[in-house]
Write a protein that binds this ligand. Structure first.
Ligand code: ADP
Length: 544
């Protein structure tokens, strides 16, 4: 058979040729909605690639983007790939120092950014050595700046589009995304054409997110982090309509766009869906044509899954992954054995993180190496992963980050059941060790958010003189709710093992969130540093 390389340029050529008129609808940061299609995106990506090559960009050069989900950001992905270069998506929600670190570490030669992110760029520019700053906008909306800015639409119209994609191999790099660096400096993960194409294939599969030409997909997950869960590539592969919401992530705008554009599939972290459900409760609104919602990035609580499925007839697909896994490592679609079960039992499976698609191997070991523990749904340990879209070495590192057999240690603690469903119980660094046994903070959190009146819940381990560590439950109430500690403990009772019962419940006005919308356990641990349980007062030294 032929050696037909799996290239990102093949994806966009395919979309243009076979699904050319399928719409790409995009909310620009300036406000207006722009209607494009795969053919136009392909034409403009080609112009961009031509311009980049004209400016001396060579295969392997890195090019940064600091941008929300828009058609122009989409074109940079395909244009940069078509120039043989590497798109380094940078998360604008990171601190300025982290953004600076990433752009410099990657040696980004060009930076594309939304006009709304100009203040960030202006603040950090003196620390960067970028050749060209390009604002992803048109001439009318070009901002004033002391920086030598170029206008995206101007650079596109400066070339004729007569250009052949730069020849690269499928193993050549095409994407670079840095981990959010909550512990230490951000680390770069380099994706290849092949790894991105293969992951997109699995996303399109029926037991992935089932993306088809008839799908209308709105990735709320940002294109600036972890490939937007490969949805833009998967949509090009399937020829799906793509709806890009720009910077507006509030529930009301997302809901309006979803209904107006007939979105059938969407994806985001639980925090976004929490806001959406609250908005729907408050307004009595619906979700239009939506029939599938992908939830991942943090655990999707059973109560959230049930609300989508019961109240809105929207099927939830729970997914797990990380920057190092492109990012998808498992999909929570149901296997036939589970589908035959009554709904409450199905829900237990949907709340797990899902099964490995073809292309991913998972194993759980006691100490991060050695033989796998049994797939009995009870024995937990360190989750390892390998496959063609899993990291081997961080960008710029001298050594691999995998073992001799190719296994990457995810830093997650998990178990796998006999049907192959993997369940994350914790990140290794968040594990609560009580009397020599592990308590799953994720399980506790998932049950606690099901309690009426609870909006968000986080559990951290706090030192305890007798047990080593015990769980502290931190809760944000729903607006107007008066839920109390006894209410919550009564709700937990019978739903969790007795010895998991949090020793204390404290209420806070808001949770600290990471740049990718996860509850920041590190910040919570700092906030509650020195906290002592009422039943452990003996450890407190009386103040003088
Ligand atoms: P970071 O930049 O913080 O590494 P990632 O987006 O790569 O951000 O986060 C990956 C981590 O997020 C996983 O290792 C896991 O702990 C957590 N995670 C992702 N999806 C889920 C999920 N569905 N359930 C529980 N945890 C999840």
């Amino acid at each position: 058979m032929q050696n037909w390389p799996l290239l990102i340029s093949k994806l966009i050529d395919h979309a243009a040729q076979n699904h050319g008129t399928r719409e790409i609808v995009s909310r620009t940061p300036e406000g207006p909605l722009v209607r494009s299609n795969w053919r136009t995106v392909a034409t403009r990506s080609r112009q961009l690639a031509q311009w980049l090559v004209g400016k001396g960009i060579s295969p392997g050069d890195r090019i940064g983007t600091l941008a929300s989900n828009t058609h122009r950001h989409l074109e940079t992905w395909f244009g940069i790939a078509g120039a043989g270069a590497i798109v380094n998506t940078v998360n604008p929600r990171l601190f300025d120092e982290q953004i600076t670190y990433i752009i410099n570490h990657a040696h980004d030669r060009v930076l594309f950014f939304d006009s709304t992110f100009l203040p960030i760029v202006e603040k950090i520019a003196e620390h960067l050595s970028v050749d060209h700053y390009i604002v992803l906008t048109d001439a009318q909306n070009m901002p004033e700046s002391s920086l030598p800015l170029l206008c995206y639409e101007d650079i596109l119209s400066s070339v004729d589009g007569d250009f052949t994609w730069v020849a690269v191999g499928e193993d050549d790099p095409v994407g670079l995304c840095y981990t959010s660096g909550t512990t230490g400096a951000p680390k770069g993960v380099l994706y290849s054409h092949r790894s991105n194409v293969l992951q997109s294939w699995s996303v399109c599969m029926p037991d992935g997110f089932a993306i088809a030409a008839r799908s209308v997909v709105m990735p709320v997950v940002p294109m600036f982090h972890a490939n937007a869960w490969s949805l833009p590539y998967a949509c090009a592969m399937a020829g799906a309509k793509l709806v890009l919401a720009g910077p507006a992530n509030d529930a009301a705008s997302l809901q309006a766009l979803m209904i107006d554009e007939g979105v059938t599939v969407t994806a985001a972290v639980p925090t976004i869906w929490l806001g959406m459900l609250r908005h729907l409760d408050a307004t009595g609104g619906g979700l239009g044509q939506l029939n599938r919602v992908v939830i991942g990035g943090s655990a999707a609580p059973a109560s959230m899954i049930e609300r989508f499925e019961r109240d809105f007839a929207v099927t939830v697909i729970h997914a797990w992954g990380m920057t190092e896994t492109s990012p998808l490592g498992s999909f929570g679609t149901l296997c036939p054995e589970v589908e035959k079960m009554p709904y409450p039992a199905q829900l237990d499976y949907k709340a797990k993180q899902g099964r490995a698609p073809f292309g991913v191997e998972l194993k759980v070991t006691l100490n991060g190496d050695g033989a796998p523990v049994p797939r009995d749904g009870r024995t937990s340990g360190h989750l390892l992963i390998r496959g063609p879209w899993i990291i081997d070495r961080y960008f710029g590192a001298n050594t691999d980050t995998i073992d001799a057999e190719g296994w990457f240690d995810t830093g997650d603690i998990a178990m796998i059941d006999p049907f192959g469903y993997m369940q994350i119980t914790d990140r290794a660094k968040d594990v609560i060790k009580s009397g020599g046994e592990w308590i799953s903070s994720i399980d506790l959190e998932n049950v606690a958010v099901g309690c009426p009146g609870v909006a968000e819940a986080a559990v951290i381990g706090v030192p305890h003189s007798k047990w080593d560590e015990r769980p502290l439950l931190i809760v944000v109430r729903q607006p107007g709710a008066a839920v109390t500690k006894p209410d919550i403990l009564a709700y937990l009772s019978g739903r969790i093992a007795k010895w998991w019962m949090p020793n204390e419940v404290v209420f806070v006005d808001a949770m600290p969130h990471s740049a990718t919308g996860k509850i920041l356990k590190v910040a919570l641990r700092e906030q509650f540093n020195g906290f002592r349980f009422p039943d452990d007062l003996s450890t407190i030294t009386p103040s003088t």
